[in-house]
Design a protein around this ligand. Structure first.
Ligand SMILES: Cc1ncc(COP(=O)(O)O)c(C=O)c1O
Length: 388
């Protein structure tokens, strides 16, 4: 490995949400934070150099994304995901979460129903409720240690007020990378019922163990005609603090409706650093990415071994995608309150509680594996002492 992911970088004092705000968000100080989904690793060296060059220029006036940025995205999508996209399909947006909310506004009316598949990234639900739409839940099925989408239940759930489905692909927090068959079945059902798919693919590059991410819109013309894709380089290259994303829709009507909503709230001015970082990451970051994925896989294996030895009641789900492992602690027979009390207050390890992700999250915890092995080992040690 060229990159050293073992030596921890001290992130304290950088106004990091993960490291500097535990008092505000968790009510406690001196925690080991393995919660919010960013990495503790520096981004790849080419990105850092490109940002330094931009910073040294010293003038940070109004900025737009250059065409070379869009070309880098087009090349990346083709090379990494076999998805041929066009410049005209893309809209820049400040982030995936605000974009999802704008999409809910663009494609539905107050009172309409929007489907989510919990346990799932909790801002999906917020984007529906904050816009006075109704949440329609199609919980994932957990069978034989594997999560799948429940298509029969989905068909039954859909009614004449159902307009949208927010898909998490790869799925945070259960770490599934959806197969072609699953996505095709989903598209077929949504198309038949005239439901638009908002496909959040921010974790698209973080796939492990030979899994392959398939952009929903790349499956077929039918899929493209009902899908709006939300993506960014921010998870892949640890750039979330730069606040940027892309919305991609080949369907003119879908894209123009979104553009209209976006224009009402945002003038389209880019962060002066975000396109520089994304372009450089997509042009030069592949070796860094493969190394970071290898390291995360090592952390995952370490987690599985540590729990098998120290807490055999725990079950960790296969990490097909994301760097967030989903742990089933139900066999311990503890309430969510008790689990939180032990992990957060006694072990002083800060994970994301399963119930945050909605139905089916009770008794589970999500752990962020994008940290140094040593940080992970210390956190697991502390957790095993209070749970084992
Ligand atoms: C599925 C998913 N979507 C979106 C985001 C955040 O997107 P953004 O930072 O662009 O708002 C996250 C961050 O964890 C995520 O897991």
């Amino acid at each position: 490995m060229t990159y050293d992911f073992d030596t921890p970088v001290d992130r304290r004092g950088t106004a990091s949400v993960k490291w500097d705000f535990s008092k505000r968000f968790a009510g406690l100080e001196e925690l080991t934070p393995l919660w919010v989904a960013d990495m503790d690793f520096p981004s790849c060296s080419e990105v850092i150099e490109a940002l330094k060059r931009r910073a040294e220029h010293g003038v940070f006036g109004y900025t737009l994304e250059p065409e070379s940025y869009y070309q880098a995205v087009i090349d990346w999508m083709e090379r990494r995901h076999g998805w041929e996209i066009r410049r005209g399909w893309m809209l820049s947006a400040p982030g995936v979460v605000p974009s999802l909310s704008l999409a809910v506004q663009s494609y539905s009316r107050p009172g309409d129903r929007v489907i989510i598949q919990p346990p799932v990234y909790f801002p999906f639900k917020d984007s529906i409720l904050n816009n006075e739409r109704q949440v329609a839940e199609n919980p994932l099925t957990l069978e034989g240690g594997r999560y799948t989408m429940n298509f029969d239940q989905l068909e039954q759930l859909i009614d004449e007020r159902t307009r949208l489905l927010i898909l998490c692909s790869p799925h945070n927090p259960v770490a599934r990378v959806w197969s072609r068959e699953e996505l095709e079945r989903l598209v077929e059902i949504c198309q038949r019922h005239k439901i638009i798919i908002l496909s959040d693919e921010i974790h698209h590059d973080l796939v492990l163990n030979g899994h392959r991410h398939l952009p929903t819109a790349s499956l077929s013309e039918e899929a493209a005609s009902i899908t709006v894709t939300f993506t960014a380089a921010t998870k892949t290259f640890n750039l979330a603090g730069l606040g940027c994303s892309l919305v991609i829709a080949s369907d003119n009507d879908l894209r123009e409706r979104f553009r209209g909503t976006l224009k009402r709230v945002w003038g389209g001015i880019a962060n002066a650093f975000s396109a520089v970082a994304t372009e450089s990451a997509y042009r030069h970051g592949e070796s860094w990415l493969s190394q970071v994925l290898e390291y995360i896989q090592g952390n995952y294996d370490f987690l599985v071994e540590s729990l098998a030895e120290g807490l055999p009641e725990a079950r960790v789900f296969p990490l097909e995608g994301t760097y967030l492992a989903w742990i089933d602690l139900r066999a311990l027979g503890l309430s969510d309150e008790e689990l939180k009390d032990r992990i957060l207050k006694q072990a002083r390890v800060w994970l994301d509680d399963g119930p945050m992700f909605g139905s089916g999250g009770e008794g589970f915890q999500r752990i962020n594996l994008a940290c140094s092995r040593n940080t992970l080992a210390q956190a697991l040690d502390a957790m095993l002492r209070v749970l084992g």
